[in-house]
Design a protein around this ligand. Structure first.
Ligand SMILES: Nc1ncnc2c1ncn2[C@@H]1O[C@H](COP(=O)(O)OP(=O)(O)OP(=O)(O)O)[C@@H](O)[C@H]1O
Ligand SMILES: Nc1nc(=O)c2ncn([C@H]3C[C@H](O)[C@@H](CO)O3)c2[nH]1
Length: 214
């Protein structure tokens, strides 16, 4: 299983489609447009942060179990990033210490079950899409989900800045599997075929080194 990581609008869903088609495997997507809790969360984060987190945890666990049955299936966000989101929201006062404790214990408990539910526990490779704040805002605007737009809520730019700065430390500390970083500002793998080839070549090389690609 290949896991993609990166902030909002980094290009994970786009790359999941491109990469899984390239490898002839299956992509598993985060529940976003059909997620009933996400718009509620953006409207009232304090009320819905915990519920949203449980929603994502449940869906993510389900995707991991399905994705892990075959080498090189692609997951468009890691379960570890959900925790990053939640701890950031908790630090912003949107979840109580009790909710954090319940979430952390539930996550740890579920992770212990993974080796039984899936063939292996950790991803084969983490591909992190690194983007700047300006790219992030540009992509969020390009995609146009209304509840993510900065003009909807004046606190969103600060939320996005914080998220990006936490991601830097998160990637440096990540040690559950081999990892690689792609410069999402530099490579337009969505619209530029040459960039797409370069990105796929970089990932292929890593997969060959790991022995999951011939
Ligand atoms: N490398 C890229 N170059 C140009 N446009 C891109 C690139 N990556 C993504 N985009 C565009 O940015 C928008 C967001 O991309 P995408 O939905 O793939 O991001 P994501 O990381 O899955 O976001 P989220 O975490 O919010 O679900 C889309 O409109 C997509 O076409
Ligand atoms: N609070 C919170 N916790 C999560 O674990 C989480 N995972 C994703 N998201 C939000 C970011 C994008 O708007 C949208 C798509 O990634 O969903 C999250 N929000």
């Amino acid at each position: 299983m290949i896991v993609l990581s990166g902030a909002i609008g980094a290009g994970k869903s786009s790359l999941a489609t491109i990469l899984s088609e390239h490898l002839g495997t299956e992509a598993f997507y985060e529940q976003v447009d059909n997620n009933p809790v996400l718009p509620l969360f953006y409207k009232d984060p304090k009320k819905y942060a915990f519920l949203l987190q449980i929603y994502f945890l449940n869906k993510r666990f389900d995707s991991i179990k399905k994705a892990m049955v075959q080498d090189n299936n692609v997951l468009d966000r890691s379960i570890y990033e959900d925790s990053l989101f939640f701890h950031m929201n908790a630090d912003m006062g949107r979840a109580t210490p009790q909710e954090v404790k319940v979430y952390d214990e539930l996550l740890a408990n579920m992770m212990q079950e993974l080796p039984y539910a899936a063939a292996k526990k950790a991803p084969d490779l983490l591909v992190h899409l690194d983007i700047s704040y300006d790219t992030m805002i540009h992509r969020i605007e390009k995609r146009g989900r209304s509840y993510e737009q900065p003009e909807q809520d004046p606190t969103l730019p600060e939320y996005y800045h914080q998220l990006l700065s936490r991601y830097d430390g998160w990637y440096d500390d990540y040690d559950y599997s081999p990892k690689m970083k792609i410069d999402g500002d530099k490579y337009d793998f969505v619209e530029n075929p040459e960039d797409r080839k370069k990105v796929l070549d970089l990932i292929d090389e890593q997969l060959r080194n790991r022995g999951t690609l011939d």
